[in-house]
Design a protein around this ligand. Structure first.
Ligand SMILES: *Cc1c(COP(=O)(O)O)cnc(C)c1O
Length: 423
């Protein structure tokens, strides 16, 4: 499957490079902390999904929420992706990136009237409906605006994705989608409705899934419904299996994309259905690092006590370790002579939960640069201004070149919303 991170991150003469750019050069140019992404990795990850599904009518609907930087969206568009959005804001980002919206699908359990109207007017490809009242709301807005709404029902197949509970979405106790029995009823209603067009069926059972079995089990569950609907004269155009393909952060095996493609091919059989996938993490997670500089070293005062390396990145920049106990590799940028030592890598935020990594053996000195690996997905998109910290800048590397794709936030940016008030 996707090229391992090591193919885009290499030490050359003791200095960590992303593709052909030495990371200290970027730190010098833009400062730290900074998110840095590899174009080559993103292109390869997209191509690898395509090749696993060769010969099938697949569209890749990149899940915008994983990394919604306009330049990342433009790159995915250039590589032939369409998009899966979960808010009106993400639709606005696609428009701002100059991307056509006719291939967009809209997921999410809480679509507001405003968001539905926006998406109807943008003539997106499909609303992925997650509940009965949502179906009614979309139908009502379609009628008011005089724009037909293409819909898919998100089916909750009650399959255990075997992943972290916070990112598992396909069990019946989760808030997502509807049970197969209700889906059948909603399809019949939608089919009979003047302002709804039945387009497809979808599911998304969770994220960071390492095993093809739950994904294929969901496919089989959806196909049972597809066949039942066909028997009632309701023909679906597409089947959307969601995202969730797992990647390697530490020692997990990433999802075997070729086995996934082969399994889907076999289970789909001769059915004439367009296929959609909604990958986010598997396209961008290992494309990115969070580059940071050591501010202070606080070696343990006594044997057995922890030592801390305080860096200039924090939980407000990358919340995954604090939120999901996520493990990120920490790579030294300059290999040097300092003695290696076991460090807890922590940020400046006033929370004990503000850590990036625990107990890593690294040779660090004050001012050393470190690269927190696998930070391209669910990193910058979850950044906040906690402790009134400015959000990091983002940089896109392509071969030997790099460019800023989001400038570092300033205090003026942060203060504007409070200072520009009347009176
Ligand atoms: C988050 C999400 C995705 C992307 O999941 P990844 O694990 O990043 O691939 C796809 N579809 C829906 C509906 C989602 O909510």
């Amino acid at each position: 499957m996707s090229a391992p991170a090591s193919s885009i991150l290499n030490h050359v003469d003791g200095v960590l490079h992303m593709e052909d750019v030495p990371l200290p050069v970027i730190a010098e140019a833009v400062g730290t902390p900074a998110y840095i992404y590899s174009s080559a990795y993103i292109r390869t990850a997209i191509a690898d999904i395509r090749s696993a599904f060769t010969g099938m009518p697949l569209t890749i609907q990149y899940a915008v929420k994983a990394n919604s930087n306009l330049s990342i969206l433009a790159l995915c568009h250039a590589e032939g992706c369409s998009f899966d959005i979960v808010s009106g804001g993400e639709l606005a980002r696609l428009l701002a990136a100059g991307i056509p919206t006719d291939g967009v699908i809209f997921s999410g359990v809480g679509k507001s009237v405003e968001e539905i109207d926006f998406a109807l007017k943008a003539e997106i490809a499909c609303f992925n409906i997650e509940s009965e009242p949502e179906l009614e709301r979309v139908a009502a807005r379609a009628e008011v605006l005089n724009i037909r709404a293409p819909i898919s029902i998100r089916v909750n197949p009650n399959v255990d994705a075997q992943t972290h509970p916070y990112i598992s979405t396909g069990l019946k106790q989760n808030k997502f989608g509807v049970a197969p029995e209700l889906a059948l009823e909603l399809y019949q209603r939608a089919h009979a409705h003047d302002w709804l067009d039945v387009a497809g069926i979808d599911c998304h059972i969770g994220s960071q899934i390492g095993n093809v079995e739950p994904l294929l089990e969901s496919l089989s569950c959806l196909l049972e419904l597809v066949d039942q609907l066909a028997a009632e004269g309701i023909a679906l155009h597409h089947i959307d299996l969601g995202g969730g393909m797992g990647v390697t952060y530490q020692n997990e095996t990433s999802l075997d994309m070729d086995a996934y493609g082969a399994g889907v091919r076999q289970i789909l059989g001769a059915r004439k259905l367009a296929l959609m996938l909604e990958p986010g993490r598997s396209i961008v997670a290992n494309a990115g690092v969070l580059l940071s500089r050591v501010e202070y070293l606080k070696p343990a005062a006594e044997a057995g006590a922890p030592s801390f390396a305080v860096i200039d990145a924090a939980m407000n920049d990358l919340i995954r370790p604090a939120l999901y106990q996520a493990w990120h590799d920490v790579l030294p940028v300059n290999r040097h002579e300092a003695q290696s030592h076991v460090w807890n890598i922590v940020g400046p935020v006033c929370e004990t939960g503000d850590f990036l990594a625990h107990e890593r053996e690294l040779a660090l000195e004050p001012d050393s640069l470190v690269a927190i690996a696998s930070a391209g997905a669910y990193g910058m998109v979850q950044a906040s201004n906690y402790n009134a910290r400015n959000r990091a800048c983002e940089v896109l590397v392509d071969g030997g070149e790099f460019r800023v794709i989001r400038r570092r936030e300033t205090m003026a940016d942060q203060l504007r919303l409070e200072q520009e008030l009347p009176g």
